[in-house]
Design a protein around this ligand. Structure first.
Ligand SMILES: NC(=O)c1ccc[n+]([C@@H]2O[C@H](COP(=O)([O-])OP(=O)(O)OC[C@H]3O[C@@H](n4cnc5c(N)ncnc54)[C@H](O)[C@@H]3O)[C@@H](O)[C@H]2O)c1
Length: 353
């Protein structure tokens, strides 16, 4: 049996959302292990986005496009004829989903329908991994980790859109994909992902880094909110491992999977800020109580027994290491080291564990 990385060597892989935070790490990693990588997404938002500073434009073939339009993505899939599709494109920010719910639903539900439909109609595709979120579960604010067969739901538009995307996926899986020979599809639900190169607004790590770089206090709205924090390479290693297993044995491995941190690690927003300050070497925290802020869930935790038992997948970097690698990425880049060399080194280091 080939290692999960070897399988991608020379294979055509299409990633939606390659211009984003997770997509750019995944595209670089797949390129690094020899895949022929294609991307489809909206153009990068900033000239310092990870996709841009990594020089991905020169390494992979990317097409600007909107997943809300079916024909554009379908034509591209027909032209590329990929064997693997990773669907990551989405509007992923909870706070933004309150200000633009329609865009969130259109991109995250309608966009997912378009990708699944294009996959259904493209015979070259052997593996589909569609990315939703830990927030797809109906949040009961309980201390147990959500399991893959727990109830879906979401109070805010983002969470509801991801729960709905899961239902769309389940319908395609049951109605079309399981009948297709030698084809494996899965939906994946990762935790709150951190790592270098994320510059999104309203996310804890980029917010902290912007404050630290400018000698401003880090403002925390929900210091006690607990999330399944994990370094970006951990869930991505899960997606790659799952995709390789789907390629080899689709019937055995298809379904839905959580990819989260070790269940014993329960950390708050404040823990993230404190750890970042400690690695950065300076900084302070200010708690802000903005009464008009939209609500966000308080306690969220994933049960990953299925990924452990079915796939043999485990996270490799614990909370402390994940924060350390994240802070080091930003510090190194700030000190003038190239984004490519820091990203490449972290991927190499991760693969060697
Ligand atoms: N970052 C996290 O903590 C986290 C946690 C769980 C799940 N996720 C999921 O992982 C995926 C990637 O998240 P991210 O953090 O990299 O987000 P990101 O905002 O950095 O990237 C989003 C990507 O989607 C693309 N996109 C958005 N709307 C599009 C549209 N209409 N048409 C085409 N492309 C579009 C963007 O261009 C970008 O490439 C998302 O599906 C997100 O919901 C992220």
């Amino acid at each position: 049996m080939k290692s999960s990385y070897e399988i991608f060597n020379g294979k055509k892989v299409l990633i939606t959302g390659d211009t984003g935070f997770k997509g750019s790490w995944l595209a670089y990693w797949l390129h690094h292990i020899g895949a022929d990588v294609y991307g489809f997404a909206l153009p990068p938002e900033r000239d310092y986005d990870h996709y841009v500073t990594l020089g991905l434009e020169k390494r992979i073939r990317h097409k600007d496009g909107d997943i809300q339009g079916f024909s554009c993505i379908f034509e591209y899939m027909k032209t590329v004829q990929p064997e693997f599709v990773f669907h990551l494109a989405a509007q992923p920010i909870v706070r933004k989903s309150y200000t633009d719910p329609k865009k969130t639903f259109d991109a995250n539900i309608g966009g997912t329908v378009n990708i699944l439909e294009a996959v259904r109609l493209t015979a070259s595709v052997k593996v589909l991994v569609t990315v939703t979120s830990d927030k797809c579960y109906k949040n009961k604010e309980w201390c147990w980790g959500y399991r893959e067969n727990d109830e879906l739901g979401g109070k805010d538009p983002y969470s509801a859109s991801k729960a709905a995307a899961e239902m769309v996926f389940a319908a395609y899986q049951e109605s079309f994909f399981i009948q297709r020979p030698k084809f494996g599809a899965a939906s994946v639900r990762a935790g709150n992902v951190i790592g270098g190169g994320d510059w999104s607004a309203d996310r804890i790590v980029p917010d902290c880094i912007r404050a630290l770089e400018n000698d401003r206090p880090i403002e925390l709205r929900n210091p006690h909110a607990t999330r399944p924090w994990q370094h970006v390479l951990d869930p991505l290693s899960g997606y790659l491992h799952l995709a390789s297993r789907l390629y080899e044995a689709p019937e055995k491995n298809r379904g839905s999977y959580n990819f989260g941190p070790d269940g014993r690690e329960m950390h708050t927003v404040q823990d993230v800020a404190r750890e970042l300050i400690s690695v950065w070497g300076s900084g302070e925290i200010r708690i802000t109580n903005k009464k008009n802020d939209p609500p966000e869930s308080g306690l969220l935790h994933l049960n990953c027994d299925k990924a452990h038992q079915v796939l043999g997948w485990y996270p490799r970097w614990d909370f402390k290491t994940s924060i350390e690698k994240t802070a080091q990425w930003y510090k190194s880049v700030k000190s003038g080291i190239s984004v490519e060399s820091v990203t490449d080194q972290q991927i190499t280091e991760f693969m060697e564990i």
